[in-house]
Structure formats: structure tokens, C-alpha cells
Design a protein around this ligand. Structure first.
Ligand code: NAI
Length: 257
């Protein structure tokens, strides 16, 4: 079957994705800070380069798909700048390093993890989004620190969604046979949203998000969507940002289309 690299493989959505893709017969190479085949810190450019090189080596030069789940949430104890460096630059830098190897597969897939906070959270700081998209990492991190983690989170994820839409349609990506898409989950029950290290009041506040479906998502539900996006069944999708949020985006932005 396919050689697939998954970042953030040790927890939550990444771990569920690894399990599902392995059960379907794929060779899956995990990347995370600990507890996976490749241990790397994707907040640094050295970490991204080393992780990509190790993944290509483990796949004997040909990767069929890359799934980037590694991320830090807005309720973590990390600074806004750290969120920007992991969520945006950790994904973009890693995927750019892997692109030549994905292109060698002729038909390949890449999935980035955006978030429904991009369309539901008010006052996203555009200056952070712009610095990310311009590749000004040091400045984006500084701005992320300045605005704080709660606004920096949707900014990093909005920049990622826009990067996917801009890049997916270029000769480098679709022209090289790589279908690049993003998933935008709503609240999913993982250590990011219900970990014991979170501020309990902020963690409770997450449930004020209206979810017409009536419950949080489960990591396996996002993994199923990722499996679809890394398969031939998704043959017409490129540059799509797929919301999987129990209806929150549709409810809050009904006619904003
Ligand atoms: P999680 O906290 O369970 O897993 C995230 C993983 O990323 C962890 O294993 C962590 O060690 C890894 N990671 C963090 N910093 C890293 C670094 N510097 N280098 C390498 N790995 C690093 O989180 P969850 O919920 O599974 O989230 C997965 C992705 O989905 C994230 O990008 C998150 O922003 C996104 N997402 C999650 C939502 C949710 O409600 N859980 C909603 C929308 C998006």
C-alpha cells in the first residue's frame, strides 16, 4: 500500500489517523516530540528538515502522503509565538521539505490541519496571518507573542488554510500530481481540548461553541476524513478546506457565502 508520514502522531487526531491508516495496510511513519518513529521538534527549521529527511529515508525515497496533525492549542501554556511556529511554520516547512519526495510518487496527497476557529472566532489578527503567508517567521512569532495564544491560534490556522488554497493549485503541487487539502475540525475531544493540564474554566468555555450536532467530534471521525483525503476516492479534491464541525460553521455563517 502507501508510505504515509503523520505528524503529531503520538496523541489525539494524529494517533487516531496512524491507527486507521495502519489498519488499512499502509506503512505509516509517525513524527512527534516523543513516542514515535521519528522524534523531532517541528517548531524549529532544523527539526523540520531533520524530520523530513528521516521520513523520506524511512519511506525509501518515495512518500505517497503526508498528514500534518502536529499542533498546539489556544488553551495550552505555550505562548502565541510558539503556536505560530508549530501550527503554521511547522506544517508549511515540513511539507515544503517533503514536496520533492511526494512528487516522485506521481500521485500523492498532503493534508494540513486548519480549524473551524478560522471562521467562528472574531477579530483574528490579520497582521499575524500576513507575516505567516509572507514567510516572515521571526516577525510572525513576535506578533503571535504580542497578541497572545487565543488570537494567535486561529491566525495560524487561517494562514494555513490560505497557504493550502494558494499552493494547491500551483505547478509545484497539483502540477506535480500532489493533491493538497486541509481539514478544519470543530471541537474534537482530545488532550488539546480536555487535557488535565488545561485551565478548567477556559476548557469549559469551549463548550459554549454552538454545535448543531449536539456533541464534540471524536478523533476517529477526523481520522476517517483524513483517510478519505489521502485516497483515490478524493480524486477531485485539491485546495479544499473541509469543515468537519458538527454544523458550527454553517450555523454561524449561514449566508456568508
Ligand atoms: P493533541 O494535543 O492531542 O496532539 C497534538 C500533537 O502535536 C501532540 O502529540 C504533540 O506532542 C504534537 N506537537 C506539538 N508540538 C510539536 C512540535 N513542536 N513538534 C512536533 N510535534 C508537536 O491535539 P489534537 O487535538 O489531536 O490536534 C491535532 C491537530 O488538529 C492540531 O493541529 C490542532 O490544532 C488541530 N485541531 C484540533 C481541534 C480539536 O478540537 N482538538 C480542532 C481544530 C483543529
Amino acid at each position: 500500500m502507501a508510505n504515509i508520514v503523520v505528524t503529531g502522531a503520538a496523541s489525539g487526531i494524529g494517533a487516531a489517523t496512524v491507527e486507521l491508516l495502519r489498519r488499512s495496510g499502509n506503512t505509516v511513519i509517525g513524527v512527534d516530540l516523543t513516542g514515535t518513529e521519528i522524534v523531532a521538534d517541528l517548531s524549529t527549521s532544523v527539526g523540520r528538515t531533520q524530520a523530513a529527511a528521516a521520513a523520506v529515508e524511512a519511506a525509501h525515497g518515495v512518500l505517497h502522503a503526508a498528514v500534518c496533525c502536529a499542533g498546539l492549542g489556544p488553551l495550552s501554556s505555550h505562548s502565541g509565538g510558539k503556536l505560530v511556529s508549530v501550527n503554521y511554520f511547522g506544517t508549511v516547512g515540513f511539507l515544503e521539505e517533503l514536496r520533492p519526495s511526494l512528487a516522485r510518487a506521481k500521485q500523492a496527497f498532503a493534508v494540513a490541519m486548519s480549524s473551524s476557529s478560522t471562521s467562528t472566532q472574531p477579530r483574528i489578527p490579520e497582521k499575524v496571518v500576513a507575516a505567516c503567508l509572507d514567510g516572515r517567521e521571526a516577525e510572525a512569532v513576535e506578533l503571535g507573542d504580542e497578541v497572545g495564544a487565543i488570537p494567535a491560534y486561529p491566525a495560524s490556522k487561517l494562514a494555513l488554510a490560505r497557504w493550502v488554497r494558494r499552493q494547491a493549485v500551483t505547478p509545484d503541487w497539483i502540477g506535480a500530481g500532489i493533491r493538497l487539502n486541509a481539514v478544519a475540525p470543530g471541537v474534537v475531544d482530545t488532550p488539546m481540548t480536555s487535557g488535565s493540564d488545561l485551565d478548567p474554566n477556559l476548557a469549559k468555555a469551549i463548550d459554549f461553541y454552538p454545535v448543531p450536532l449536539g456533541r464534540r467530534g471524536r478523533p476517529e471521525e477526523i481520522a476517517a476524513l483524513i483517510q478519505f483525503l489521502t485516497s483515490d476516492a478524493a480524486s477531485l479534491l485539491t485546495g479544499s478546506v473541509v469543515f468537519a464541525d458538527g454544523g458550527t460553521d454553517a450555523l454561524l455563517r449561514q449566508d456568508d457565502w
